[in-house]
Ligand binder design. Structure first.
Ligand SMILES: NC(=O)c1ccc[n+]([C@@H]2O[C@H](COP(=O)([O-])OP(=O)(O)OC[C@H]3O[C@@H](n4cnc5c(N)ncnc54)[C@H](OP(=O)(O)O)[C@@H]3O)[C@@H](O)[C@H]2O)c1
Length: 320
């Protein structure tokens, strides 16, 4: 089968199309013919071997997992003898992070990493959903405890998480402000953001506005700046970003909530937990993935380049 392989850490130029052996499912796994895969921040970090924790986990000098790709959609071709939930022919999607291997013709996965794909959802749409939509749902609902009537700000609004988050937030009847670069603001307006801020022109932590809830996918500022932008009893939820800033948030949050009555929370992704809920929202026409692409297999290095520069809108999807 064809796969996108990397044997050393580096930029998109180290990704190569190669013929590799088709995997064989273990007793508790299914074999999936992959139709679409999307790029996540994790793929980008693993490609370069940053942050250093990725090297500790996945190979100090050379990557142990040679094929990236966690968010996949495809059709089950074979099932191991202990598999109960799925059968050959089922169309499925899910987040295989930790196992990876999605940038390939076939991949094996455990049942609990997969959900059935609704017939009305394309493979490209399904591949866009797993990580970004879970982070959006879990960040807003579980960690942020979003409430009707709130003022919400999404920082890094035009990428994968932000474009799901605004659609989910609107179901709660909140007023949403999106922060991103100028080239994405028209798209944000067309998606239903009530207000947009170009971060290159305006600093949302210093413009005199306050928000009940902030969902941040970048976390590149001091936690004190974010606290300034929260209303009393407001909640700042970080999905990810700079390691230094995340550690700052982790250690200072008890003190900040004690002194200021504002709350700092960190999302810990529960992969695939809410895929059934996403299926419901999709089938009801309430949420639709925003797709950048789809790109073809031989365009993968370029698709990574676009992702790395932050030029994408929504999710970068590759049709296999
Ligand atoms: N918590 C967990 O368990 C967990 C698990 C997996 C992933 N994650 C995290 O989830 C996040 C993934 O988010 P995503 O998929 O939405 O990323 P994304 O698709 O790369 O989107 C990020 C957006 O932020 C914009 N941006 C860049 N710099 C900015 C700034 N200074 N201020 C405001 N916006 C800025 C980018 O556009 P421009 O470049 O054009 O500005 C882009 O539109 C990452 O932080 C990742 O580490 C967390």
């Amino acid at each position: 089968m064809k796969a996108i392989v990397y044997t050393k850490y580096g930029g998109p130029e180290v990704l190569q199309i190669k013929e590799v052996e088709k995997p064989y499912p273990k007793d508790n796994e299914v074999l999936i013919k992959v139709y679409a895969v999307s790029i996540n921040d994790w793929d980008w970090g693993l490609l370069q071997g940053i942050p250093f924790i990725n090297r500790l986990l996945y190979g100090l000098l050379i990557p142990r997992k040679k094929i990236l790709g966690s968010d996949i959609a495809g059709r089950i071709e074979a099932v191991g003898k202990n598999v109960k939930q799925f059968r050959p022919g089922d169309e499925v999607y899910g987040d295989l992070s930790g196992k990876w291997g999605g940038f390939a013709g076939y991949v094996c996965a455990r049942e609990n990493a997969l959900a059935l794909k609704p017939a009305s959802m394309s493979f490209d749409e399904a591949a866009a959903i797993p990580q970004a939509a879970m982070l959006a749902i879990q960040g807003l609902r579980d960690t942020g405890q979003i409430q009707p009537g709130q003022k919400l700000l999404i920082n890094g609004a035009g990428g994968g998480v932000g474009t799901f988050a605004v659609q989910i937030a609107k179901l709660y009847g909140v007023e949403v402000t999106g922060v991103d670069s100028s080239g994405k603001l028209d798209m944000l307006r067309s998606m239903g953001f009530d207000h947009v801020i170009d971060y290159t022109q305006e600093d949302f932590t210093k413009n005199g506005q306050c928000y009940d809830l902030i969902l941040d996918v970048k976390t590149n500022r001091s936690i004190f700046d974010y606290t300034c932008a929260l209303c009393r009893n407001g909640i700042y939820v970080t999905v990810g970003g700079s390691m230094v800033r995340l550690l700052q948030a982790l250690f200072l949050r008890p003190w900040i909530s004690m002194i200021s009555k504002k709350h700092i929370r960190i999302v810990v992704l529960k992969p695939n937990k809410d895929l059934a809920y996403m299926n419901e929202l999709f089938e009801a026409g309430k949420v639709k993935p925003v797709i950048d692409g789809p790109y073809k297999l031989d365009e993968v290095p370029n698709a990574f380049r676009i992702f790395g520069k932050g030029d994408h809108k929504g999710k970068v999807v590759i049709t296999m």
